[in-house]
Design a binder for this molecule. Structure first.
Ligand SMILES: NC(=O)c1ccc[n+]([C@@H]2O[C@H](COP(=O)([O-])OP(=O)(O)OC[C@H]3O[C@@H](n4cnc5c(N)ncnc54)[C@H](OP(=O)(O)O)[C@@H]3O)[C@@H](O)[C@H]2O)c1
Length: 283
């Protein structure tokens, strides 16, 4: 059991990038952090960042696409820590390719890691949060969860999907004291680009070559000015510990401006204001 009375946060995808920094930052803010990653033998960067910050983390294995492992992980955290107050669904992966270039398996993989993984973990933590009458579920989506972008069909499709799931859930859970939110970063300097899945092919050889080259050049420019992963991780921790609820967060002003091309409801309050009234009970 948790004898410290500290809040417990479960973070996915902490071997690198903003998940790593969010985990360290949350621990620095006094939470007990369970930092999960697919392969715990790759915890060297997390360990170094935690040591530098002077915090301790409980590092555990979790591949978010393995739903049995996710159940065992949540059960284990509840057994050892007694509670889960915060879930950060951070693990994710991109894929470059337009529809003709993407196999259905690649599209399914995108849904597994960016949609079903967060959805399954959320379902697993909701019972304990609902019983406690409090809790926070934050899913790191992307500006690509609100703005569809060329050669990101499968990735943006999965991020739109998880935003739709979480926004639908948010109104109901708010009445149970559980805050469900999404966090939309723009370009962040992490392992994201090197981890992106590349299409194996399938389209006529050069049908999209010129457009893809232009897109990759534009992307390289965006990533040259990327937000540092630490800053994005701090923004995630701030959202997770904020005193006021909002459904939609961005990690930078650039991300807010970008999402603003597509959305008028930048913090989610307009939609929430409307949909809340649909489930209000008469006193
Ligand atoms: N960087 C960007 O520009 C950007 C922009 C908007 C949104 N995002 C989103 O931000 C989140 C974090 O990405 P990042 O930029 O920090 O990139 P990153 O450095 O590549 O980190 C992604 C993390 O997710 C993990 N991961 C991948 N598949 C997993 C799985 N099946 N189960 C568990 N963990 C898995 C990776 O672990 P392994 O080491 O095991 O692969 C890694 O730790 C992702 O959801 C991403 O889509 C990134």
């Amino acid at each position: 059991m948790n004898e410290t009375g500290r809040q417990v946060a479960l973070v996915t995808g902490t071997s690198s990038g903003m998940g790593l920094h969010a985990a360290v930052e949350l621990a620095g803010r006094g939470l007990s952090v369970v930092a999960t990653m697919r392969d715990v033998s790759r915890s060297d960067r997390l360990d170094a960042a935690a040591a530098e910050a002077g915090v301790q983390l409980d590092v555990r294995a979790l591949d978010v696409t393995d739903h049995e492992a996710a159940r065992a992980c949540v059960d284990g955290v509840l057994a050892d820590h007694g509670r889960i107050d915060v879930l950060i669904n951070n693990a994710g992966r991109g894929a470059v390719g337009t529809a003709e270039q993407l196999g259905l398996d690649e599209i399914r993989d995108q849904l597994e890691v960016n949609y079903l993984g967060p959805v399954a973990l959320t379902k697993l933590v909701l019972p304990t949060m609902r019983a406690a009458g409090s809790g926070r579920v934050l899913t790191v989506t992307s500006v690509g969860g609100a703005v569809g972008q060329p050669f990101a069909d499968a990735y943006c499709g999965a991020k739109f999907a998880v935003e739709g799931f979480m926004q639908s859930l948010s109104t109901v859970m708010l009445a149970h004291g559980v805050w469900v939110s999404v966090i939309e970063p723009a370009a962040v300097a992490s392992d994201f680009v090197s981890n992106v899945a590349r299409p194996a092919g399938g389209a006529p050889a050069d049908a999209y070559a010129v457009q893809l080259e232009a897109y990759l050049a534009r992307s390289a420019g965006a990533f040259a000015a990327a937000q540092p992963a630490r800053d994005a991780g701090v923004a995630i921790a701030e959202a997770a510990t904020a005193d006021e609820y909002r459904f939609r967060w961005q990690t930078s002003d650039g991300a807010t401006a970008f999402v603003g091309m597509s959305l008028a409801d930048l913090d989610g309050s307009r939609v929430l204001g409307t949909t809340r009234t649909w489930i209000e009970t008469q006193a």
